[in-house]
Design a protein around this ligand. Structure first.
Ligand code: FAD
Length: 389
């Protein structure tokens, strides 16, 4: 299964973008700037993706593990403000800083980011190429060089494209700490932060929050305002078991050693408590159900591969590309923008990618370096753990 990669800078390609969140909007703008014909497929009825706050939670067991559940896309909680300051939440030529949405706080609320993205989509004409309520259910390679996109939403139809850019978001499918000894016996409540919105359901409860990222930090402190006790647990080697300064009802523990059917939770440092709820703030899984038929990209322990620099699968580059997979504690919006520009320029023949073999060698070198440095596979797309040589 190989395809012709030769693209001349005069070609105007027919490109499908899957998703109208931050990455899809940026990608569509860059493709339009390069005079490509663009269709953005968006399964919901508005732009913004993650930044469209949804007060609904999924009505399975709270963990979001039932594949047949009615999926809620966004994982935002009501009080969320960005973890980056205002100047870092815009794009290179379209800043949030100079726009006024009636809130001048340095760390904007989620409502403001949504308005900013809506304005962006309108200002650059991206809104005109979006097809709402159009969920992509399949992408298939046909005749060696055409990508067939199957769009659902009641009237299943197929459309043929020269290229597809995947921008479907990566904060919807919960990743759960299910390797905790005894977790199968645990009969009390478990929730993933994907299904956390407000602190009220945690009033007077004893809550164990697992995680060490921004969600665990924010949510535990918010819950502590109403809960009886909050016990944070992390497997990171950087944490120490202690009470938390400024809180009378919150403690940091090491990782969980074992949980029991009667609600007991034992931590590695030897402490034991009885809890009502375990709240997993343990991140998300990459999920591309519509890519099964291409057979070129696989997800293995949260490694999406093979992907050159987290963006191009060597076998189909540049005609299949991904935006937004890599993550770090850095400036995500600017990184998404650079990825979008790279793809648009590669599809215009203005930037040449290495050969398929060179890209594959680069990917395997990355995997090998991770292994040699003891970095688990599921951190493949974390730039914080990137090995630079
Ligand atoms: P999304 O915003 O998720 O958009 C994906 C879009 O694709 C959605 O509209 C969805 O409906 C659509 N879609 C999915 N599947 C299909 C399909 N098959 N067919 C058609 N459409 C489809 N980043 C920051 O920079 N700063 C922050 O402070 C910050 N805080 C965050 C807090 C939380 C709780 C979370 C979960 C994330 C946070 N992020 C933050 C990361 C944030 O997700 C990214 O910045 C960015 O919004 C991701 O954009 P995206 O386009 O990749 O995905």
């Amino acid at each position: 299964m190989t395809m012709t990669m030769t693209i001349s800078s005069t070609d105007s390609l027919n490109v499908a973008v899957i998703g109208a969140g931050t990455c899809g909007l940026l990608t569509a703008r860059e493709l339009l700037r390069q005079n490509h014909r663009v269709t953005v497929f968006e399964k919901s009825d508005r732009v913004g993706g993650t930044w469209v706050y949804d007060s609904q939670i999924e009505v399975d067991d709270g963990l979001g593990l039932d594949p047949n559940r009615s999926v809620v896309h966004s994982s935002l909680y009501s009080s969320l403000r960005t973890n980056l300051p205002r100047p870092l939440m815009g794009f290179s030529d379209y800043s949030l800083e100079h726009r006024s949405y009636g809130d001048s706080r340095m760390f904007p609320g989620h409502e403001e980011i949504l308005k900013f993205l809506e304005d962006f989509a309108n200002e650059f004409g991206v809104i005109e190429v979006i097809r709402f309520k159009s969920e992509v259910e399949g992408v298939e390679l046909r005749d060696g060089n055409k990508l067939v996109v199957e769009v659902g939403g009641g009237t299943a139809e197929e459309e043929v494209f020269d290229a597809v850019v995947v921008c479907n978001g990566h904060h919807t499918q919960p990743r759960v700490a299910n390797d905790i000894p005894g977790i199968q016996e645990w009969s009390r409540k478990q929730v993933h932060s994907h299904n956390y919105r407000v602190p009220e359901p945690y009033r007077d409860q004893v809550v164990v929050v697992i995680g060490n990222g921004p969600s665990a930090f924010d949510i535990s402190r918010e819950i502590a305002t109403v809960a009886k006790e909050v016990h944070l647990s992390s497997r990171s080697s950087n944490v120490k078991a202690s009470s938390l300064d400024g809180y009378e009802n919150m403690w940091q523990h090491l990782k969980i050693n074992r949980v029991f059917g009667d609600g007991r939770v034992m931590f590695q440092e030897g402490q034991s408590i009885e809890a009502d709820i375990i709240l997993h703030c343990t991140g998300y899984k990459y999920h591309f159900p519509f890519l099964r038929k291409t057979g070129v990209v696989h997800v293995d322990d949260n490694r999406v591969g093979p992907l050159y620099k987290h963006v191009f699968p060597p076998q189909l580059a540049p005609r299949l590309a991904f935006v937004g997979l890599a993550y770090s504690q850095g400036v995500l919006f600017r990184m998404f923008e650079l990825q979008a520009k790279w793809i648009a320029l590669a599809l215009s023949g203005k930037i040449l990618l290495p050969s398929k073999d060179e890209m594959l060698i680069d990917v395997h070198k990355h995997y090998q370096e991770m292994e040699e440095n003891g970095i688990p596979k599921h951190y493949t797309h974390s730039l914080n753990f990137q090995v630079f040589v």
